[in-house]
Write a protein that binds this ligand. Structure first.
Ligand code: PGA
Length: 228
């Protein structure tokens, strides 16, 4: 249809994404806006639980999250790996060791994300599975704040590898067994929802552009050998 012609697409696009996705999503918005200058975008960045609330209340066009909701029918598609790794200050004693047993984390002061965080949930699940009880020294509601606390020597934490880019020099990723925790970002929306042309265009663009970007750059995967 005429409305489908490139350049004629106009309107608003409301995206809501989990905190880890803010390290990736904005970089693909530039080229998207150049393709479709008539589209205005608003991007909400918040944790897993709040994204679910927004979804339930139909507040946005599209959602990006790492875990598909269990009690809500959604259409979704995976588009990029989102591995969780153990971050420590670069001079940490464990930084030079290999194949560190997960139990070793028991002795480390740990910095944890807030309740409602999907990262926290995934970390807690892995620790529970292996009977690891970490000493939570500090709870922080922001990946960036956690990075600052790690750099300041307050402890170690588990964060998405995406949060490391591009300033990797202050941090070491510890080689702990069962890491990385393999996760994936999904883009989705409630099944009953009728997507606008703008939303559908973005949905398809994201899948296509991410695939190309990963092919070209080898960007961030769940593979343990993946270098940053
Ligand atoms: P969070 O989401 O901000 O809720 O931790 C990140 C994720 O689940 O990848």
């Amino acid at each position: 249809t005429v409305a489908d012609l490139k350049g004629l697409k106009q309107g608003q696009l409301r995206l809501a994404v989990i905190t880890t996705a803010k390290y990736f999503i904005p970089r693909l918005l530039g080229p998207f806006c150049q393709l479709y200058p008539g589209i205005e975008i608003s991007l909400q960045v918040t944790n897993h639980e709040r994204i679910l609330e927004r979804m339930l209340n139909n507040m946005d066009d599209l959602y990006i999250l790492s875990q598909v909701p269990e009690n809500l029918d959604v259409n979704y598609e995976p588009f990029l790996d989102n591995p969780l790794v153990v971050f420590a200050p670069v001079n940490h004693p464990l930084a030079k060791e290999k194949n560190i047993p997960i139990k070793r984390l028991t002795n480390e002061p740990f910095i944890m994300r807030e309740p409602g965080s999907g990262t926290r949930r995934a970390v807690q699940k892995l620790f529970d599975q292996h009977g690891v009880k970490v000493k939570v020294k500090l709870e922080l509601g922001s990946n960036e704040a956690i990075k600052q606390a790690i750099a300041g020597g307050l402890g170690i934490s588990v964060l998405s590898r995406h949060t490391l880019m591009p300033d990797s020099s202050e941090f070491a990723i510890l080689d702990i067994e069962h890491f990385p925790i393999k996760r994936t970002w999904f883009i989705g929306y409630p099944s009953g929802k009728q997507l606008s042309i703008v939303a559908r265009t973005y949905y398809e663009y994201l899948l296509e552009a991410t695939k190309k970007f990963v092919e070209e750059t080898g960007y961030c995967t769940n593979s343990p050998a993946d270098e940053v």
